[in-house]
Design a protein around this ligand. Structure first.
Ligand SMILES: [Zn+2]
Ligand SMILES: [Zn+2]
Length: 303
C-alpha cells in the first residue's frame, strides 16, 4: 500500500481525527508488515471518545495483539493534536483530549460585563435580547417555574434584527448550568432583561444569596438550590450528606482532607477552574494536609 492508499483506507474505515492520524498510519504500516491486506476486514470507530474495535473477520485474529497495542496508545492521544490526552467530557460529548484542547472545547461564558457577554461563538449585547427563558431540565426542557427546581439552562431569544455569524435560522442562544462562569453570567443579567420573568428573577436573586463556602476547595460555591454540591470541586458539603456517605469517612476532617488531596492533585477540572471567576475564595482558607502528605498522595496515585 502506498502512503496515499493508507490514508484513504483510514479515511474510509477508521475514525480519522487529525490527532490520531500518525498512530493510525503507524498501525496500518505495522499490520501490513505482518502480512495484513485489505481483503482481511477489520473496523474500528470512535465511541464515547475512545478508539474501539468493532468487527473483524476471522483472519484478522492474528493481527489482534498489534491492533490492541495501538488501541491503547490512541486512547491516550488527543484527537485534535495527538499530545497526551485522556477521555473527558467538555460539555455534552465524550472525547479524548489533552488539557489545552479540553479547556478550549469546554463551554464557557466570558467577558461578562454591563454591555453583554461572549460565548464560544460570538459576542452578544444585553440589548440584543428579546426574551430570556429559564429551563429546569436539560433534556425535557421543562420550563422553569418553581423555586424547588434547579435552574439548569437559559435560552435567549434574540431580537429579529440581530445578525449573527453563527446562529442561522433561529436566533436562539442556550447557556447551561455547567458552562464556565454561569453564576457570574446570572449575576450580571440586567434587571431590564428579567422584567417579564418574575419567577426567574426571584430565583436568581435567592440563588446568588444562598452560596456558602466549601471546606474542600475554599470557594463560596455551594448552594442549597444546587443540592449542596460545590460548583468548583464537585463535592457535597459534609452536613448535607446522608449517613450512607459520611460513614465512609472517619469524621468531617477526614472527609475534607481526603477530598482536598484529590482536588489539589490537579487534573482537568482543577486547571479549568483557574478560568472560573464566579466565586470568591475564603481569605482564611487553609489546606488540611502537609507537604509530606501531599507528596505521598501524589506518589500513590502515580503508582
Ligand atoms: Zn490536544
Ligand atoms: Zn468546593
Amino acid at each position: 500500500m502506498t502512503s496515499t492508499q493508507i490514508d484513504n483506507y483510514i479515511f474510509n474505515n477508521l475514525p480519522s481525527y487529525d490527532g490520531w492520524m500518525p498512530l493510525l498510519r503507524e498501525l496500518l504500516t505495522t499490520l501490513l508488515s505482518k502480512g495484513w491486506d485489505e481483503t482481511i476486514i477489520f473496523t474500528a470507530k470512535e465511541k464515547y471518545g475512545k478508539f474501539v474495535y468493532v468487527i473483524a473477520d476471522e483472519k484478522f485474529s492474528t493481527f489482534i495483539s498489534a491492533f490492541n497495542e495501538f488501541e491503547e496508545k490512541i486512547n491516550q492521544s488527543c484527537m485534535i493534536c495527538g499530545d497526551n490526552g485522556k477521555q473527558c467530557t467538555p460539555g455534552y460529548s465524550d472525547q479524548t483530549l489533552c488539557l489545552t484542547h479540553y479547556i478550549d472545547a469546554y463551554p464557557k461564558i466570558v467577558n461578562i460585563d454591563q454591555f453583554g457577554f461572549t460565548t464560544k461563538e460570538e459576542r452578544f449585547n444585553w440589548s440584543d435580547i428579546l426574551e430570556l427563558n429559564g429551563f429546569a431540565d436539560y433534556r425535557g426542557h421543562v420550563e422553569f417555574s418553581k423555586k424547588s427546581e434547579m435552574l439548569s439552562s437559559i435560552y435567549i431569544e434574540l431580537k429579529p434584527n440581530f445578525s449573527s455569524q453563527y446562529l442561522k435560522e433561529i436566533a436562539l442562544v442556550s447557556l447551561h448550568h455547567d458552562d464556565l462562569n454561569w453564576i457570574n453570567f446570572l449575576k450580571n443579567i440586567p434587571s431590564e432583561c428579567l422584567k417579564k420573568k418574575q419567577d426567574l428573577n426571584n430565583y436568581i436573586k435567592e440563588l446568588l444569596k444562598s452560596f456558602y463556602f466549601c471546606d474542600i476547595c475554599g470557594f463560596k460555591a455551594i448552594s442549597n438550590y444546587e443540592f449542596h454540591k460545590c460548583s468548583i470541586c464537585h463535592n457535597y458539603s459534609w452536613e448535607s450528606m446522608t449517613e450512607r456517605y459520611t460513614r465512609r469517612y472517619e469524621n468531617k476532617t477526614d472527609y475534607i482532607k481526603q477530598n482536598q488531596l484529590m482536588y489539589f492533585s490537579g487534573g482537568f477540572n482543577y486547571e479549568l477552574n483557574k478560568l472560573e471567576i464566579s466565586f470568591e475564595k475564603k481569605p482564611s482558607f487553609r489546606r488540611m494536609f502537609s507537604n509530606q502528605e501531599f507528596k505521598e498522595y501524589l506518589d500513590l496515585i502515580k503508582s
